[in-house]
Design a protein around this ligand. Sequence first.
Ligand code: COA
Length: 150
Amino acid sequence: MSELDQVMAVMEAAFDPHWREAWTRQQVANSLAMPHTYAILVDENGHRISGENTAAGFVLARRAPGEEELLLIGVRPEARGRGLGRTLIEIFATLARGAGAERIFLEMRANNPAQHLYRACGFAPIGRRRAYYRTLDGTQLDAITFAREL
Ligand SMILES: CC(C)(COP(=O)(O)OP(=O)(O)OC[C@H]1O[C@@H](n2cnc3c(N)ncnc32)[C@H](O)[C@@H]1OP(=O)(O)O)[C@@H](O)C(=O)NCCC(=O)NCCS
């Protein structure tokens, strides 16, 4: 399976359409075609994989001078609560540090329970964008920016 297929298979299983956070296949393909965007895939044991096994979780990330952004993280529902989310973030942090980043950051909708994971991994909120997201029923939600110094 291609990296794109792997990411999309987890994306479709992991994201509730209500929040409209999931990316389309075209959006992921476009982003992976950019030189500074990359995916991290792990199997159900938290080991990095490329194409051969079925991915249980993924991160999409973007590299910039001095900092990297976590664009998306997803873990299959049946594989949650076993540390895969934390493992993915630590792999991301290690890769970012290795590439010279001093800071990693991400943006999430204000009520996403994933913030427990981000806080547990050392991220802290640094900013808020008002009414940045709109859910399927039209409700507007703020975006919160979280950052972690490396
Ligand atoms: C967010 C997500 C990636 C977490 O994956 P996971 O593999 O279950 O995370 P972990 O098992 O590594 O959890 C790590 C820590 O975060 C906490 N945590 C993770 N998800 C949580 C949740 N929904 N509610 C409360 N705490 C949560 C865990 O309790 C754990 O804390 P601990 O180590 O102190 O016990 C997964 O729930 C998911 O795919 N959600 C849907 C997609 C999404 O919303 N992505 C984020 C926006 S891009």
